[in-house]
Design a protein around this ligand. Sequence first.
Ligand code: CMP
Length: 138
Amino acid sequence: MERTFLMVKPDGVERGLIGQVINRIENRGFHMVAIKMLRISQELAEEQYAEHAGKPFFHEMLSFMTSGPVVAMVWEGPGVIQSVRRLMGATDPAQAEPGTIRGDMGTSISRNVVHGSDSRAAAEREINLFFNDSELPG
Ligand code: CMP
């Protein structure tokens, strides 16, 4: 069964959008199999976003991602990786379609409410960064 990693970023938590994000994915028929609220450390943020190291927005993004609690989740279901990406919408809320999470709730490219895995490899890597085997159903 396919799984993906989804995070409500500090802006989404601060603005009280956790429930709305979860609702949209549950309404689509997917199942949440793990969830936790945590404050991301600098080390974890650097590891999660390693592919963006050196980009002009990297340091600002890390300081935002470590600025407050996030909600990390694992979702399961057929085609869940691409479906959640469609539900999230384009990275930049200004480009995201109305009806998507970022199109309806995002306020800027960095404060775009959610992060979701973009491939099977990324999903596996991100799930394992945030969750131990004992926190995931077999
Ligand atoms: P996310 O899906 O979490 O993956 C990488 C993040 O980098 C992305 O969402 C954006 O929030 C952020 N990002 C990408 N481009 C920029 C940019 N030009 N300025 C600030 N943040 C960016």
